[in-house]
Ligand binder design. Structure first.
Ligand code: HEM
Ligand SMILES: [Ca+2]
Ligand SMILES: [Ca+2]
Length: 294
């Protein structure tokens, strides 16, 4: 059972440390708010929010960092390391990397103008990680709406959570390799938008070329993502699936017309995602370095 006051006595400086390092990191690179948010999502979807995603490969296991979708894509590990170093200096062997990630993700959203929420804490860190688990549990840009709904349902998240959480794509960037099939192959896309994206994402080559997930405000956490979907300007196939004549159209329209509705549902869904099978006793540990088991 997680609690928002878990470290109140044992590490009162924790929230301030996380906030100041995140403020510094986002000031230097506004994309970092997005990158840390994605790290938290990719942690929680693979064996729960247990910082498994932060583990480097070892002789005994190949971890999640090189899984499909993570390799050459996840970023921000050094920001988590910087937070962890300061937290260890302030309160040795007390705060889990999983909780640091949960707080940092929230702060990244807030720093870019999004909603805030209280973060339940008390998670422990995994002592192993598996590339296979990551490959099996993370969504792909090619996913259909029904794939996405069932993947999220498997984590205890409903379709409303899926549509609200996908609003995370109001910030951050994607590589050409991930949106090429949508801009060349799909019909449910605004032609002008497809032409614009093709300019920097050729049919062959340029796999790593970046484009903003939200073409309007890539470093503001707002509801423009949903406005894009209604206009046929979702960047990924999976984004546009949320507004393609299906069950989520009306919710996309609601979030497009109400920032408050989006922010309220996003914050609630983030807490729900943060509760995916939290590790609370053995075999969890309080890792001293987020990159390796003790
Ligand atoms: C619904 C299924 C989802 C799919 C298929 C998906 C897929 C992707 C893909 C393909 C990228 C681009 C990666 C790259 O090209 O390097 C991306 C980026 C991102 N995703 Fe998702 N995602 C999903 C849901 C989520 C959720 C639930 C969150 C967080 C709550 C999230 C947060 C992000 C962020 C912030 C970025 C940008 C990261 C950066 O700029 O470093 N995504 N996602
Ligand atoms: Ca995990
Ligand atoms: Ca935005």
């Amino acid at each position: 059972q997680l609690s928002t006051s878990f470290y109140d006595r044992t590490c009162p400086m924790l929230p301030g440390i996380v906030r100041s390092v995140m403020a510094q990191a986002v000031f230097q690179d506004r994309r970092m708010g997005a990158s840390i948010l994605r790290l938290f999502f990719h942690d929680c979807f693979v064996n729960g929010c247990d910082a498994s995603v932060l583990l480097d490969d070892t002789r005994t296991f190949t971890g999640e960092k090189n899984a499909n979708g993570n390799t050459n894509s996840l970023r921000g590990f050094e920001v988590i390391d910087a937070i962890k170093t300061l937290v260890e200096a302030a309160c040795n062997a007390t705060v889990s990397c999983a909780d640091i990630l949960a707080l940092a993700a929230r702060d990244g959203v807030v720093l870019l103008g999004g909603p805030t929420w209280l973060v339940p804490l008390g998670r422990r860190d995994a002592r192993t990680a598996s590339i296979f688990a990551a490959n099996a549990n993370l969504p792909l840009a090619s996913s259909s709406l029904s794939d996405l709904i069932s993947l999220f349902a498997g984590k205890g998240l409903d379709a409303r959570d899926l549509t609200a959480l996908s609003g995370a794509h109001t910030i951050g960037q994607a590589q050409c390799v991930n949106f090429r099939p949508h801009i060349y192959g799909d019909l449910n896309i605004d032609p002008g938008f497809a032409a614009l994206r093709r300019q920097t994402c050729p049919a062959f080559g340029g796999d790593g070329n970046l484009a903003p997930l939200d073409l309007q405000t890539p470093v503001s956490f707002d509801n423009r993502y949903y406005q894009n979907l209604v206009a046929g300007r979702g960047l990924l196939h999976s984004d546009q699936e949320l507004f393609n004549g299906g069950s989520q159209d009306s919710l996309v329209r609601l979030y497009n017309s109400s920032t408050l509705a989006f922010f309220t549902d996003f914050a609630a869904a983030m807490v729900k995602m943060g509760n995916i099978s939290p590790l609370t006793g053995w075999p969890g540990e309080i890792r001293l370095s987020c990159r390796k088991v003790n």
